[in-house]
Design a protein around this ligand. Sequence first.
Ligand SMILES: [Cu+2]
Length: 690
Amino acid sequence: MCVRESKSFPRILIIFLVLGLAQALTQADTQGTADRQELLFSTAEETLFSTDKAKIDWPWSRNKTTKGTPAGLILKNDYSQMDIASFSDFERHPCRRVCQQGQTQSCYYQLVVHNYQRLGPECQRCQFDERACAAEHCIYGDGVASPVMAVNRKIPGPAIELCENDTVVVDVLNYLGEPTTMHWHGLNMVDTPQMDGAAFVTQYPVQPGEVQRYEFKADRGGSLWYHSHMGWQRGFGVAGHLIIRKTRQANQHAHLYDYDLVEHALMVQDIFYDHELQTVRNILINGKGRNHLNQLPDNDNRHRYERLRVTPGYRYRMRVLLNGIANCPVEFSIEQHKLLIISTDGNDIEPVLADGFFLTSAERFDFVLNANQLAKSYWISVRGYEQCDGRKLYQGAVLSYRGATRTELPQGNILGSTQSRTLVADNLLKPTNSSEQSRALSAAPVLVNDYRIMPTIAAGPEAFLRLATAEKDNNVGTVALRSLQPVPWPRNTRFRTYYSSFSLRRAPNGELLFQIDEISYIPPDISLLQGRNLFQDDGYFCNRSSLVAQGHNCQQDLCECLNVIRMPAYRPIEMVVANYMTNTHPYHIHGNSFRLVGQGVVGNIDDLRNIQNLDRQGRLPRLPDHYHAVLKDSVQIPGLGFIIVRLISDNPGFWLYHCHVEAHAVQGMMAVLKIGEDYQMKQVPARLRC
Ligand SMILES: [Cu+2]
């Protein structure tokens, strides 16, 4: 068990024993896992999260008061007696409920992170009977055996569903043979920076056999996710949905849909086989899909696809996230259906009706699907680009209407409808004459966040703003999305601008080094937040300006050090981040969400001074102050392009800043933002010892 100091141990033990007894009583009304399909059609569709029904009699809430009491807080007292089979998912968790005002709860979870096997012995029946796949802790994947890392014997890990302002207590039990941490992607951890899960930045790693208790407030709603922040672990499978719902009163999009079911949350991931980390081999949707080693048609019933069930006449909120580890942006669409996009990275936007959208790693889109087509099965299709395009990787899931045969697969190929779209889009990308272009435009689908099409500054700021307003344009750039909330700063606010770059260089030994500000990140050996009084910043950190002051030229020398960029707290901050490479990179910072006010292509750049000069000349356009710039936590920097993000630096601390492609981050495309001075940061408890 996890304790802070050894002298408080006996008191905690007593609390555990008392609460352990409470758990035993609570478990009495927790049945075994119900058949997923049955739950979906009988209980789920009629009751779960129906926005029309406010009052629901939940089996676990009978005779319980939720107000002010830790009804969901159940603490295990002895991990050595833990039965790994007893907490496979949280479908019947007390915190999974209709969110109501004034009824916040404390919600306790155990996440066991462990080595596991794709297509292991649990999958014997799954290979012959699709219905057997869910029940037996089988991780079928694409039917190719491979070592994986799972959470509670699941990939994706079990979805955590709760309500805004709930208190979350998660014990992460490390059953791996290597250290781990867990990051709660999308939460800014304003009150609990030590819970952010960044190894050697906000905490020490959780060693094999240890438990770490994460405790924080779910202080915002939205489609968030949890994932390991160590090495390649999230690529091996250590990731899951973290869905924080709002009350109906607080949910401005509640009127747009009838159901919001966890079964309709999709995690897309690119995977490798065995430990060949550099070779992306497939894309999976909720851990399932066809493989590309065999020549079976997509609709051969020997494949195992994720299946989403809907009833005709209803509107469903669906959530998609890309847990990407390679340079593999994906395009998402659903055959014969439009997607009403209502949220990105958990932040509500003015709805956009689209045919599809692109995701780079860590980005999320929520959309409403209107089940208004013929009652049969349709392909949900995901197409991979860049590294995934090299192997022609794509994946499917099945949108299955009630009334269609349960095991029916859609007709045709997964990419059937997207291929015709691609032809149109290619014509748009390479128009030969204007009439061809206008013909292509009128037939073109509406796509959001297409990484291939970005405004160039050569076209002038007007082109950029035309894209931003999305008038007559079939490509809706991320920067064109409009938040439901105006920006929180007054007009004409003066921002302090920081210029930064993403780049790649080859070391003399041939190794590829991915860099931020032409520096490859070397992690510290003292956790920065905890150990901040143990070192002098100037001696311990490096950054672009300190290296220049020391006479280094990182364009010639190989700069590898602990890159910490210092920013003042409680100031309007702007980052202009340039990408010297031709492929897109997903930018992500911890501890802060930001408004995206600029995004476009510059052309060849290999020196930040060029970007600074362009900006001084007014050639890097920004959205006007009145525009409700979209709020995000992860965004793609176009190839040979830039982004401009703005935030108020009101969360002092040490926050990771990195590319969300794991292959790039582990090779150095990381840095730390130090926001504020040591004295402005939250006091954190002494190192957690387990
Ligand atoms: Cu990258």
